[in-house]
Design a protein around this ligand. Structure first.
Ligand SMILES: Cc1ncc(COP(=O)(O)O)c(C=O)c1O
Length: 451
């Protein structure tokens, strides 16, 4: 319970702050963790107690907190220039970063538009797609298809392609008239197939949608391989292969939202590059600065870019601006982080860590409440169910995930379950031993709460 003395810091928080995605009433009974400093994998509270940052501070951190190389890159840039506008002006950190991103992503993606968070990277892709069709004489192509369970941020455009009622419902009346498509559901596959051996038979629903609506569809947006906010729902690359083929056949743009899965999370730098897939747009953010500063990039195909060129008076330019677009500090850190991702056999060193996560399979499936343990690269999740035979979920009102979160805090783990899904998405620098310990500790938390 909160101490009611006026000098109590938690009181000051509750008096003045409105936290994101938080029922603030909860904080009267459960104050937020007050973190004083962070180093490596750990967050430290005022008393010096450490918490393993199991979810990389909302999926952004790759190399741990307070990394000397990233600090140095930031400080060096700070001594030169903190910020400058990005229209009519350019600078080395942004140009270096754009060049690197173009070099590291599929060759069809040739242009980089900078903004400053994941949602706006999506807004940019949606707007570019709409304006492309408008400027190529097909303004009726003005809707998007998106997957059930899809999440792309919470600005209104991004919510218009969100397949989760929780986020979109209060705003439904003002959202674009887009098309929600039943996507892959490998946890409860209606075809009775296994993701390792299926051919994405479920793609037939998307195929039909694209065929029937091609004339009104601007694009399709997906989170490649892992639907994060939906509960780390995973599906195989064959779905994406089919999607890109169908998009090309139906002349519909493909938008890959790699805001969460980009920068190594799935075991390759990007899903599109790892799976050799060429989307029309690629949206990146979160890990781009390894959790240091807000930055986002939307990469577009050259054919899209060309449609925006013309005489000044044609007004074909892309009108979208953010005050902090391509912030030099953020770009400088992103450049250093990208260098680190490419150095010292970084991805070879990930393989044993990915194997360590495979160990979770036995650890969790032995539990009577584990409906599924799933993993894609450095992302793993255990979906808890009330009844293993029927996969009946725990009712959300029971707040099973929240109780496990509380138990985790006691044991020095900062988990933040997504409903009934306990997931692991730690900084990529975590060691194999730390992964094993983390999985065991999390398993014990689940036991402690549910046994
Ligand atoms: C796949 C995906 N897209 C977009 C976003 C939105 O990013 P941001 O929170 O930076 O606006 C998120 C955030 O979790 C995400 O997971």
């Amino acid at each position: 319970m909160l101490d009611s003395s006026p000098n109590n810091d938690f009181n000051r928080d509750i008096n003045y702050v409105w936290h994101p995605c938080t029922q603030m009433k909860d904080h009267e009974a459960y104050p937020p963790l007050w973190i004083e400093k962070a180093n490596g994998l750990y967050l430290y509270d005022k008393e010096g107690k450490s918490y393993l940052d199991v979810i990389s501070s909302w999926w952004v951190n790759l190399f741990g907190h307070n990394h000397p190389r990233l600090n140095k890159a930031l400080n060096e840039q700070l001594s030169k220039m903190a910020h400058v506008m990005f229209a009519g002006i350019t600078h080395t950190p942004a140009v270096d970063l754009a060049e690197s991103l173009v070099g590291l992503t599929p060759e069809n993606l040739t242009r980089v538009f900078f903004s400053d968070n994941g949602s706006t990277s999506i807004e940019v892709a949606l707007k570019m797609s709409l304006q492309y069709w408008s400027q190529t004489g097909q303004p009726q192509k003005a809707r998007f298809a998106y997957l059930k369970g899809g999440y792309h941020g919470e600005t209104l455009g991004a919510l218009s392609v969100c397949g989760m009622d929780l986020f979109r419902k209060p705003f439904d009346s003002v959202l674009m008239n887009n098309i929600e498509v039943e996507g892959p559901d490998c946890f409860k596959c209606p075809y009775g197939l296994k993701p390792e051996s299926c051919s994405a038979e479920c793609f037939e629903v998307m195929e039909r949608t694209l065929t029937q609506n091609a004339s009104s569809l601007a694009g399709v947006i997906v989170e490649p391989l892992v639907q994060g906010a939906a509960g780390m729902k995973m599906y195989p690359p064959v779905y994406l292969e089919k999607l890109l083929e169908a998009c090309e056949a139906q002349q519909v743009h493909s938008i890959f939202d790699e805001v969460a899965v980009g920068f190594g999370r799935t075991g390759t730098l990007f899903v599109c590059e790892g799976c050799n897939l060429k989307p029309t747009f690629l949206c990146l953010s979160k890990g781009i600065t390894s959790g240091y500063l807000p930055l986002a990039a939307t990469l577009a195909e050259e054919s899209v870019y060309q449609v925006f060129l013309g005489d000044y008076a044609s007004f074909k330019l892309f009108i979208h601006s953010h005050s902090y677009s391509a912030n030099p500090l953020a770009c400088a850190v992103a450049n250093e982080s990208l260098k680190m991702l490419q150095e010292e056999e970084f991805f070879n060193k990930l393989s044993p860590k990915i194997d360590a996560f495979k160990g979770g399979e036995t650890l969790f499936t032995e539990l009577p409440w584990c409906g599924e343990y799933r993993q894609t690269g450095m992302i793993a999740a255990c979906e808890l169910v009330q009844d293993k035979a029927t996969l009946q979920p725990f009712p959300l009102e029971k707040r099973v995930g929240f109780a496990i979160y509380q138990e985790g805090l006691k044991r020095g783990l900062f988990l933040r379950p997504l409903g009934n899904v306990i997931y692991f998405l730690p900084p990529l620098i975590i060691s194999e031993n730390e992964i094993r310990r983390l999985l065991e500790e999390a398993r014990d938390c689940i036991r402690a709460v549910l046994a």
